[in-house]
Design a protein around this ligand. Structure first.
Ligand SMILES: Nc1ncnc2c1ncn2[C@@H]1O[C@H](COP(=O)(O)OP(=O)(O)O)[C@@H](O)[C@H]1O
Ligand SMILES: [Mg+2]
Length: 224
């Protein structure tokens, strides 16, 4: 995927084959590298091919949905446009963004996903980049089809899990959930969201143990 510099015929290295590759992020599910030319390589850790998520991203981009442009997808590797800007999480932490605006952004993205008839299933503040052209949704590895109410239920549950998780982000997650929760129906598909999170391989034992508590918080803050 990343072309190795080749020394053809003993001459000088050809400049256009040399890439400075910088590890941008190492998340739960993928390593992301800046490979130059305004592109990133997202190398997934599981063997599932990225072709399907790339197809969804390409289809959504054609509909005007804010996703990174896809350049290449093969096996575990997705090469896409590098989106400039802080994540919504970073902007919340630096107080460049307030929770009301963040909840509005999440609600708008969910509404647009519903119109496009696709589930993202991992829409949270660290997966939204605030680009100069507006918020862009990244990390499509969980995308699928299904009941539209599942997507906002998952978002709410993720925030609730952080909220009960006892980290530095707990209060922020709680504040955001309080504003986000009443805006969409997040309870109809909450049992399905809990079941889905239970089977998520990236969850720790503590996170699994606290899922019920998180679901209770979602119900309480949804006001339904
Ligand atoms: N297209 C992109 N442009 C800029 N940064 C990106 C892009 N895709 C991913 N990243 C960076 O890499 C991180 C991890 O990527 P992500 O797709 O969210 O994988 P994970 O499943 O590991 O969270 C993101 O939080 C972001 O910082
Ligand atoms: Mg992510």
């Amino acid at each position: 995927m990343i072309p190795a510099p080749q020394n053809r015929g003993g001459g000088e290295l050809r400049p256009h084959t040399i890439h400075v590759v910088e590890l941008l992020a190492s998340g739960r599910e993928a390593d992301v590298f800046d490979i130059g030319d305004n592109r990133v390589l997202r190398r997934s850790r599981d063997d599932r091919g990225v072709e399907r998520e790339a197809e969804v991203m390409i289809r959504l981009a054609a509909q005007g949905f804010p996703v990174p442009a896809v350049h290449h997808a093969a096996g575990r590797d997705l090469v896409m446009e590098r989106v400039e800007g802080p994540s919504m999480l970073t902007a919340l932490l630096t107080e460049d963004l307030d929770v009301t605006t963040a909840a509005e952004i999440m609600t708008t993205l969910h509404t647009r996903l519903r119109q496009a008839d696709i589930l993202h299933l991992d829409l949270h503040p660290d997966n939204v980049i605030l680009s100069p052209n507006g918020p862009v949704l990244i990390d499509w590895s969980n995308c699928t089809e299904g009941p539209p109410g599942l997507d906002p239920a998952i978002s709410a549950l993720i925030l609730a899990q952080v909220s009960v998780g006892g980290t530095d982000l707990a209060d922020l997650a709680h504040d955001l959930l309080r504003v986000f929760a009443p805006r969409l129906d997040i309870t109809t598909e909450l049992p399905a969201a809990v079941r889905l999170r239970e089977t998520n391989p990236s969850m720790s034992a503590q996170e699994l143990a606290d899922l019920g508590k998180a679901a209770d918080l979602v119900r309480r803050l949804s006001g339904r």
